[in-house]
Ligand binder design. Structure first.
Ligand code: NI
Length: 176
């Protein structure tokens, strides 16, 4: 598929049940997975975002795209099927957002260092070590394929406030 034939996908937002479901493991890295990956990359870059998970484009399969350079360096682009965390170390707190939770940015505690594993588009197993922001992006996207949004890491009080804020936004969108 030529890049100009790659279409951007619609990003689903909080409230859509696909975001709360554990996505299916990918058995074969076939053409369908390659095509979806290309579309996810383009969608992530144009959003723009540093990571995207297939459930966010309404595909309940375990596929993530990550690009800490936001499209600046090809070598930073990572696509992984069936990603999982093997090891974590340390702790860091940083404000985080999500394309599927628009308008909400909150501080989230994440591991400083992670070792993850997954399968790349050539079907090869990959072990990746990451720290700081990149580790955070991996944790965030791996949460997505497990049906978890970043706000679930917050205190019940914070979650309640966010729910109310999102409800207000929705009510406003309906009135307008
Ligand atoms: Ni997200």
């Amino acid at each position: 598929m030529e890049d100009n034939e790659v279409t951007i996908l619609e990003i689903v937002t909080i409230g859509n049940p696909v975001l709360n479901r554990k996505a299916d493991k990918i058995k074969n890295i076939d053409q369908r997975v390659h095509d979806l990956a290309q579309r996810m990359i383009k969608t992530m870059h144009s959003a723009p975002g540093l990571g995207l998970a297939a459930p966010q484009v309404n595909q309940s399969i375990q596929l993530i795209t990550v690009d800490i350079s936001a499209g600046e360096n090809n070598t930073d682009l990572i696509v992984l099927a069936n990603p999982e965390i093997l090891h974590t170390e340390g702790e860091t707190i940083l404000e985080e957002g999500c394309l599927s939770v628009p308008g909400i940015n909150e501080k989230v505690t994440r591991p400083y260092h992670v070792v993850i594993k997954g399968i790349d588009l050539d079907g090869k197993e990959k072990i990746i070590e990451a720290e700081d922001l990149l580790a955070r992006i991996f944790c965030h996207e791996i949460d997505h394929v497990n049906g978890k949004l970043f706000i679930e890491h917050l205190s019940p009080l914070k979650k309640n406030l966010i729910r109310k804020k999102l409800q207000k936004q929705q009510d406003k969108d309906i009135r307008e």
